[in-house]
Design a protein around this ligand. Sequence first.
Ligand SMILES: [Zn+2]
Length: 150
Amino acid sequence: MSENLLRVVPTVSAWVPAQDAADTAAEVVSAMCPGAGELVACQYAEVTFIDQGANFEAVGCPACKAPLNANWWRERMDDAHATRFATLDTVTPCCSAAVSLNDLEYHWPAAFARFEILVRNPGRSWLSPDEAAQVSAVLGITVRQVFSHY
Ligand SMILES: [Zn+2]
């Protein structure tokens, strides 16, 4: 059975919120997703790739916007995985830009994080910019969203 996940994560990969901020943020997101199947706030021991599942289409360079070769990207992911995603720095082959794997242009978006608010079958689409700003305010850090399909 296929499922959709709406995932709200901090923009800084290693950052984790205090427990009360995490609880409050989960309540805020829950109120925005009244038709959701399930909502959990997850904290991971290590930085984790928050992937978009079948919504993966392409990866692009954030500096020059060139499409990045999928094999190049997979090799960089393997290298970073070997550091347990502690090091996400890389240099793009198109324009030699020094960037983080967390800031590549993922279509659809993906992210690296140690914390996520995961909404299973959210019954809605992306949070609006205003809603995302509310979650950012509660957590105390800017959030980004990943919409996964499996
Ligand atoms: Zn480039």
